[in-house]
Design a protein around this ligand. Structure first.
Ligand SMILES: Cc1cc2nc3c(=O)[nH]c(=O)nc-3n(C[C@H](O)[C@H](O)[C@H](O)COP(=O)(O)O)c2cc1C
Ligand SMILES: CCCCCCC(=O)C(=O)O
Length: 356
């Protein structure tokens, strides 16, 4: 099935309020639209007579050597989308040989997510996405939970000093999870009675110092997610980040920022000689993966399409999305004369309408 067909199937399957939560963005959804549209502005300039019969798309990322430069970006509340929720996504990602990022707001606790990934691959790569808690002991408890579960890296999301105003959710009155669903990682944390949950508060008072303290509390590599400004990418590396994810949260935070891919070259210029730079936002086809890699990304994250697959077909649906992206990417790499990811280089990018 094509990604478009899976999107349509997800729309037919899901409660419209939950579909809106998945599909929507902040404000007038300008950034959401631009993330996808921006990829149309980049074209690939193939090289010829330099390819090979088979290609090696493997990638080395912090805490993970995987078979394709695609990462399942953290998306909250999978059990709203399919009864098997995060477990289905984890099995699919592990079976397809890609990193899965599960998160603070997952509806399955991180140990269950890693356990499910191990059903498909005894040595999976599951990263844990962390919203830093204003109380450091809560952040630390979440870090220990991820370490104990077997996560191989942490991802700290820094683009959410306050929660974005998701227009569709506000219109729909979708402000809380329905009964029977919870952000399970927030259960039994310090300061809460046994068995109870605590909130995931956003705090604009968090700083690079808090990020640095998180890096120091673990031996796992810590990536930072949600960087657009090259100066922040440099600060992230100075404070110990093992990788930088260029992201505007899929157009769900500030509705006046550039498309993620347009921010990639400056961040690559700032730090890619020191740490891997990843990108997410608007990746919908294998050629988008190739463009991002040619612009200097080590890998791309994919958010909504994975959840379309999950809603439409559970584990098989997620595998269909990841398999399609991998096949299209491999095909594009072949068409560009590449043998491996690093054969895609910046000189192979032209901007639509510009001469070079
Ligand atoms: C439904 C949904 C939930 C999300 N939840 C989180 C989250 O809990 N933590 C986080 O860091 N990013 C979250 N994101 C942002 C994604 O990780 C990612 O940045 C974004 O989806 C990429 O854009 P794409 O959907 O166009 O691929 C979420 C995105 C969506 C669509
Ligand atoms: C206060 C609950 C936090 C959920 C965060 C989910 C998210 O990041 C999103 O974009 O939605």
């Amino acid at each position: 099935m094509t990604l478009r067909a899976l999107h349509d199937a997800a729309r037919r399957t899901l409660d419209p309020v939950h579909f809106d939560y998945l599909a929507g963005g902040t404000g007038e959804e300008r950034v959401l639209a631009d993330n996808e549209r921006a990829f149309d502005r980049y074209l690939l300039l193939p090289r010829v007579l330099c390819g090979s019969e088979t290609r090696d798309t493997a990638v080395d990322l912090p805490g993970a050597r995987r078979t394709a430069p695609v990462v399942v970006a953290p998306t909250a509340f999978h059990r709203l989308m399919h009864p098997d929720g995060e477990r289905a996504a984890a099995r699919a990602a592990a079976a397809e040989g890609v990193v899965l990022v599960t998160g603070t707001a997952a509806t399955t606790a991180v140990d269950g997510v890693v356990e499910a990934a191990r059903e498909a691959d005894p040595d999976p790569a599951v990263w844990f996405q962390l919203y830093l808690h204003p109380r450091q002991e809560v952040t630390e408890a979440l870090v220990r939970r991820a370490e104990t579960a077997g996560c191989t890296a942490l991802v700290v999301t820094v683009d959410s000093p306050v929660f974005g105003r998701h227009t569709r959710d506000l219109r729909n009155g979708f402000t809380d999870l329905p009964p029977g669903y919870a952000a399970e990682n927030m259960r039994d944390l310090p300061g809460a009675p046994p068995g109870s949950l605590i909130d995931i508060p956003m705090s604009p008072a968090l700083s690079w110092r808090d990020f640095g303290e998180t890096v120091r509390m673990t031996s796992l590599p810590v990536l930072v997610k949600g960087v657009l400004h090259p100066a922040d990418a440099r600060l992230a590396v100075e404070h110990g980040a093992a990788g930088v994810i260029v992201s505007n949260h899929g157009g769900r935070q500030c509705d006046a920022v550039p498309a993620a891919v347009d921010c990639l070259p400056a961040v690559v210029g700032a730090v890619a000689d020191r740490v891997p730079v990843l990108l997410d936002g608007g990746v919908r086809r294998g050629s988008d993966v190739a463009v991002a890699l040619a612009l200097g990304a080590a890998a791309v994250g994919v958010g909504r399409p994975v959840v379309w697959g999950l809603a439409a077909g559970g584990e098989a649906g997620v595998r269909a999305v990841l398999g399609a992206l991998r096949d299209e990417y491999d095909h594009t790499l072949a068409l560009c004369g590449g043998r491996r990811n690093t054969d895609l280089t910046k000189d192979m990018i032209v901007r639509r309408g510009e001469t070079w």
